[in-house]
Design a protein around this ligand. Sequence first.
Ligand SMILES: NC(=O)c1ccc[n+]([C@@H]2O[C@H](COP(=O)([O-])OP(=O)(O)OC[C@H]3O[C@@H](n4cnc5c(N)ncnc54)[C@H](OP(=O)(O)O)[C@@H]3O)[C@@H](O)[C@H]2O)c1
Length: 343
Amino acid sequence: MSEQKTYTVVIVGATGLVGQGMIQVLEDRGFPVGELRLAASERSMGKSLTFRNEPVELQLLNEAVFQNADIALFAVDAPVSAEWVPVAARHCGVVIDNSSHFRMNEDVPLVVPEVNPNDIFDYKTNIIANPNCSTIQMVAALKPIWDTYGLQRIIVSTYQAASGAGQPGVDHLRAELRGENPDTPAFPHSLLANPIPHISSFNNDGLSKEELKMIHETRKIFHDDSILVSPTCVRVPIMNCHAESIVIETAEPYELGDVRSLLSDAPNIVVIDDVENAQYPLPSEADGKDEVFVGRLRRDAVFPNGLAMWVVADNVRKGAATNAVQIAEQWVQRKHTEIPTGK
Ligand SMILES: NC(=O)c1ccc[n+]([C@@H]2O[C@H](COP(=O)([O-])OP(=O)(O)OC[C@H]3O[C@@H](n4cnc5c(N)ncnc54)[C@H](OP(=O)(O)O)[C@@H]3O)[C@@H](O)[C@H]2O)c1
């Protein structure tokens, strides 16, 4: 029997929420890791993290960590990705970036494996961008509907967890829960006391960067610039998992029962929709899971083909780490016979 091929994987930003999520997801999904290299900043030197019950020492982010590696997963902020993703791409077979830096670059595919997996191989680059967490769960839930009925417009309000702002966001909410003021606030107001309709900076039209991402990334992933998207992104005082209230107008008329069946049959979508028994998706239930949870499905009278729903997912897993590892799985599946050691 031939031995399973394994891969040298580098995680950049391994100490952060998404980086640690990636380590866990690689382990949980049995990804064929031969060697795991964990990179972070000067602040993390001397520390180690655990993979498959073994300690792995942190390395300083530099070119040497990518040498003879197959796959690099980036979980750092955009400026660090801007500098280091191209370096990694010179050495690794594929680089998957979680930051916003490359998402709208026309040479770089923006991929949710349940929606546009073929884009992984359709671009002239070995860099692949992971979409924004709010966009991932929304397009994953809408994909079966878009396939069958088409989509005209989307009105979405998000209820985004503190963890969406990384470790500083979690630290902020934890400090407030202890009755303390955060040392370095991650949010512009008390999160414990407020839903805050302000995620990242605003443009001259009054849209936040997070809202703009939902508009542009949705169109790029669906390859349809005509879809109208109206987002309002709100940070709420929960630790993990984003929730979204979504109202859409489909292009073609639909039957609610058919929509329910389509969603129930779709991969990695779980329908929880039994309002009589208080069953609908909840962040506390989605925490730590890889699926996208959909419920409160109902007709919405505001449009002729209006449909409303409630969508919840773990933003650190499906919204970032799991999505990146799923892309790596697809890349490995299709490319494994072609990958030399390193590039
Ligand atoms: N959190 C989410 O739900 C989510 C969802 C989707 C996408 N994302 C994106 O994923 C990326 C990571 O987010 P996160 O939430 O994991 O942030 P985080 O918890 O703040 O972690 C940031 C990571 O970046 C590392 N880092 C910072 N500066 C560095 C440098 N100069 N060189 C090397 N490493 C450096 C940190 O290492 P040290 O510990 O050494 O400082 C840490 O590992 C961001 O682009 C974010 O927008 C996050």
